[in-house]
Design a protein around this ligand. Sequence first.
Ligand code: NAP
Ligand code: GLV
Length: 309
Amino acid sequence: MAIVLIRQDGKLDLWKNAFLGQYPDLPVFHYKEPHPTEEVTMAIVWKHPEGSLAHYPNLQCIASFGAGVDFIIEDNTRPKNVTITRVIDPALAADMSEYVLGTILMYLKNLDTYRQDQANKSWRPKAYTRIADHTIGIMGAGTLGITLANSLLPLGFNVVGWSREAKEVGNFKIFHGQEGKTNFLRQSTILVCLLPLTDATKEILDKETLSQLPKGAYLINVARGGHLAEQQLIPLIDSGHLSGACLDVFQQEPMKQDHPFWDHPKIKITPHVASVSDPASVVPQLVENYYRLEKKMPLVNTVDPSRGY
Ligand code: NAP
Ligand code: GLV
């Protein structure tokens, strides 16, 4: 049995060393070095090259390096009937909450606008809003969404959530399904997308959805670029229906140089860094599943390919 690591972002050695640093005897290889393909039972992947999973005839688990598995589900060349797992990690969830909180406070107090004014030596006081003025609508009340809600509630934010199925967590209202969506959107002055990207959520942030937000609402997309109908965003901002957006994820990453989001004064961009898997906290749970495979035990953090998450 062996593990292969597949990713194309220049971090193969970093991750391999992280595995070996914590588990020196682990049979872990990266896909660019010679490795015994027939022995590989677990592939740990992040935006892997299409077709790369077909090299492993004895694969039993395809694990995402991150929380999302959309790029695995979408790969039609992956061997079917192989269990897919994802990362569920308190550090990843805490990092996401910190990013979103930072973004919200920047928006409430116009802090980013003052950076631009300073660059122009321009003294332009602006009206600000307060925490109590806003309802944060968390689209996707799952692992990250609930952690975010629990970070915002003690600070005095109103919070509502939206999920696929009915659920109660006790401290904030979670709407669900198509019937709950309109009520959820109607009260969200700041919408945070934390949905998984699936057939049901692709381009869910379109004109129809965003038009149901209160006038002047703000959008934060930290889930996947595929959630946003990108061409429909700028008209909603320029018409004044939305006051702006902060986007961490994009249909195409990196974004092309001529993408209109780069230059829009009311769109903030970060390069898919809201919350990044930290080898120190993520390696043990990935290795746990490898040992579970060895012992023929059920895996943890599995996803349901038919739901897409
Ligand atoms: P999760 O625990 O699976 O939660 C997903 C939530 O979305 C659940 O509440 C689920 O509803 C809801 N949902 C799914 N499909 C839905 C639908 N059709 N309608 C309404 N609600 C729906 O996922 P997570 O761990 O919180 O992660 C969410 C996503 O964040 C990941 O998939 C990934 O794409 C993204 N992410 C981005 C970054 C970044 O750096 N930008 C970092 C980490 C993760 P139920 O509760 O009813 O199942
Ligand atoms: C990051 O985008 C993740 O899915 O963990």
